[in-house]
Design a protein around this ligand. Structure first.
Ligand SMILES: Cc1cc2nc3c(=O)[nH]c(=O)nc-3n(C[C@H](O)[C@H](O)[C@H](O)COP(=O)(O)OP(=O)(O)OC[C@H]3O[C@@H](n4cnc5c(N)ncnc54)[C@H](O)[C@@H]3O)c2cc1C
Length: 388
């Protein structure tokens, strides 16, 4: 039975809200998650389910990703969430990408990653890597391999995680209920009035709702992404998640390295139409063999509701450049939205001693949410001795 009073009320059932619920229960707080929809329909179920470490920005984001990957692995076992494939292959198609990949290996973030030059491709199978010949190896100069990544099917994993939190960890959920306002002692929802010792608002891309007045100073935009699910020839298996040169030029763990400059300039010269739409390739595979392929990035004050056929064609052009596929059928198209900041990957806004807003302001939430929630509670609980 839903109670009227909790130690923590979480607004939003995306991965950021669920991560806060999980970290709070681990610390013994009673928790209710309130979600305005009948289930999570936001970025958390629209993403690749690509839980990444390599490529995450150095510092907090990388550290949070390392922690989150560990929690995902633990929870996957406990909540019966399938890990679909492991490791990432980045095809380096330009000498500038090779230089950047090799520079990355010299950083602390490159630990356990490997660069395989073309001369070593013949050894990949004997090294235990299956299906690398499904990559268009002839088109590449070398491969950067990261063992850290794995993939979950988000549209299944997020409900599974919510069920686990509810059934095994005692988190209450209120669906189809919107958090309307918060004051020092009460939270008004579209159903009822509730009491909570603390409130954390995890609104995802709903920047004009209840969080608006608290986060205005962060000047967040919305980023809209186009995604595809494609069926390719029978029997095609990815060796792991796949990315390419322009991913190296985009993701901060790589693109912030000084060696990225030459690659970024070359990509800007050679692929202006891709750069304009923020297109870079990520390919992952589902249990039924279909590939989830993306993505593009359009920024603005509102969601871009019109998916473009031209963007779709560009994404598919990249797909054929990196995989040995002979045919494809698009089986699903969707867009997703996340809040975006030019300055930071995530923010925790301290509204009052009892209320905070937690937002991942980059495309990294599936990979970092548990770390963000951990940081939030580690600091919040330590610095609030008056809390009862
Ligand atoms: C297409 C796409 C691909 C991506 N791929 C990846 C990836 O592979 N790896 C990765 O790490 N990251 C990826 N990301 C980013 C990642 O998905 C997001 O950072 C993350 O899902 C954000 O989670 P969230 O909980 O903040 O938001 P959401 O999942 O959007 O959830 C927010 C929830 O809050 C609810 N809500 C809002 N206001 C209220 C209110 N007042 N009352 C009640 N409920 C409310 C909303 O209904 C919603 O369900 C991708 C994002 C997109 C869009």
């Amino acid at each position: 039975m839903i109670k009227k009073s909790y130690d923590l009320l979480v607004a939003g059932s995306g991965i950021v809200g669920l991560a806060h619920a999980y970290e709070a229960r681990k610390r013994g707080l009673s928790v209710v998650v309130i979600e305005q929809n009948a289930r999570c329909t936001g970025a958390s179920i629209r993403n690749f389910g690509f839980v990444t470490i390599s490529g995450q920005g150095d510092g907090d984001t990388w550290r949070r990703a390392v922690y989150s990957a560990q929690v995902w692995r633990e929870l996957a076992g406990l909540a019966n969430i399938k890990i679909l494939h492991q490791g990432t292959w980045v095809l380096c198609q330009r000498p500038e990408a090779v230089e950047l990949a090799q520079a990355f290996l010299k950083t602390a973030m490159g630990t356990a990653c490997t660069y395989y030059p073309k001369t070593t491709y013949k050894d990949l199978a004997s090294l235990g890597f299956a299906n690398t010949d499904n990559l268009r190896l002839n088109e590449s100069l070398g491969l950067l391999y990261s063992p850290h990544e794995f993939r979950i099917e988000s549209k299944e994993a997020i409900p599974q995680l919510a069920n686990y939190l509810q059934n095994e960890m005692g988190v209450d959920f209120l669906w189809e209920t919107e958090v309307l306002s918060i004051d020092d002692s009460y939270v008004l929802t579209s159903n009822d009035q509730m009491q909570a010792g603390r409130v954390v608002i995890c609104p995802g891309s709903q920047l004009t709702g209840i969080a608006k007045r608290y986060i205005e100073r962060h000047h967040l935009e919305l980023c809209t992404l186009q995604m595809l699910r494609v069926r390719v020839q029978d029997g095609f298996i990815l060796p792991g998640s796949v990315m390419t040169d322009n991913s190296l030029a985009r993701y901060l763990g790589w693109s912030n390295l000084p060696e990225a400059k030459a690659l970024k300039e070359r990509i800007a010269r050679e692929m202006p139409e891709f750069v304009k739409e923020g297109i870079h390739l990520i390919v992952v595979q589902s249990a039924d063999g279909t590939l989830v392929v993306g993505d593009s990035h359009r920024y603005g004050s509102a969601e871009d509701v019109f998916a473009s056929e031209q963007v779709e064609c560009l994404i598919l052009e990249l797909l054929y450049k990196v995989l040995n596929i002979t045919e494809h059928t698009i089986t699903e198209r969707w867009t997703g939205v996340y809040p975006s900041s030019n300055t930071y990957d995530a923010l925790i806004e301290k509204v009052s001693p009892r209320t905070r807003v937690a937002i991942v302001s980059s495309g990294t939430g599936a990979s970092t949410a548990f770390g963000l929630a951990k940081d939030n509670f580690d600091e919040w609980l330590a610095n609030d001795e008056d809390f009862d």
